[in-house]
Write a protein that binds this ligand. Structure first.
Ligand code: HEM
Length: 232
């Protein structure tokens, strides 16, 4: 009999997510110290800038390390899960905001629903914009060839967009009753199977059809054959 829980995210995927959250959190806080002069009394500008740069470098460095020592196939699967919107996703999106309020049934969704696919892709896109403009700002302080008037505005606008996105994401992950059960998937790796069936029907059906539906024991190390086998 299928277990009552279903494995949702591998250890590598969860580490990639929490590394993103930690480094983005540090960049946001230190960025606020750089942006609002009134906060300079609490943390001096050179220290805030140094921490901001450390977090900005740590994010891609940590992801690279995870790709090398973790389960890179799981990370590839996450990206593939988000790389296109099918017809059900388009229906899901058209009824999305209304459904959050009146809790109508949702069109069947894959492992990531259409909103999560967009969240993932827009977040990664904004990270690229922030990275490129951040490098230009850093170079521009050292060499006027790289000094462009627009860099700081684009960096600020991308930060604002990411802040709104993350605020919505936190509301759904921590507070909204139909989506907050997903948090267990990002902490322990598995979620309640019935909840998953209601919100990610196509994913659960595919897992059950392939016989990979049982929740496997958590492996002790990052990248072992035992982690790779059940987490396709
Ligand atoms: C305490 C802070 C956070 C919590 C509790 C949290 C929680 C979660 C949860 C539960 C999921 C999995 C949803 C699912 O089952 O599919 C998730 C996915 C994700 N999170 Fe977070 N998250 C946090 C911070 C962040 C931050 C700061 C970012 C971006 C800068 C972020 C970006 C993402 C993305 C891109 C995904 C995959 C797509 C999605 O599910 O929307 N998260 N997060």
């Amino acid at each position: 009999m299928a277990s009552e829980r279903i494995r949702r995210f591998s250890r590598t995927e969860r580490l990639a997510h929490w590394w993103l959250a930690a480094t983005t959190g540090l960049m946001t806080v230190t960025g606020a110290f750089l942006y609002f002069p009134a906060l300079a009394q609490l943390l001096d500008r050179p220290t805030a800038k140094l921490l901001h740069l450390v977090a900005a470098i740590a994010l891609p460095a940590g992801w690279l390390l995870l790709t090398l020592v973790g389960d890179h196939r799981a990370l590839g699967r996450t990206l593939r899960d988000a790389d296109r919107l099918d017809d059900d996703d388009l229906k899901w999106l058209s009824g999305g905001p209304r459904r959050l309020v009146n809790r109508d049934d949702e069109p069947p969704q894959g492992r990531l629903n259409a909103g999560q696919k967009l969240n993932l892709m827009v977040t990664l896109g904004l990270m690229v914009v922030l990275g490129v403009t951040g490098v230009l700002l850093w170079l521009g302080e050292r060499d006027t060839t790289y000094r462009f008037a627009g860099s700081v505005h684009v960096h600020d606008l991308a930060t604002l967009a990411l802040t709104f996105l993350v605020a919505g994401h936190l509301y759904l992950a921590l507070l909204h009753p139909t989506t907050s059960p997903a948090l267990e998937g990002m902490t322990g790796g598995s979620v309640d199977r019935e909840w998953a069936r209601r919100h990610h029907a196509k994913w659960v059906a595919a897992e059950e059809a392939s016989g990979a539906a049982e929740e496997p024991a958590e492996p002790a190390v990052l990248a072992t054959g035992s982690e790779r086998l059940p987490e396709r």
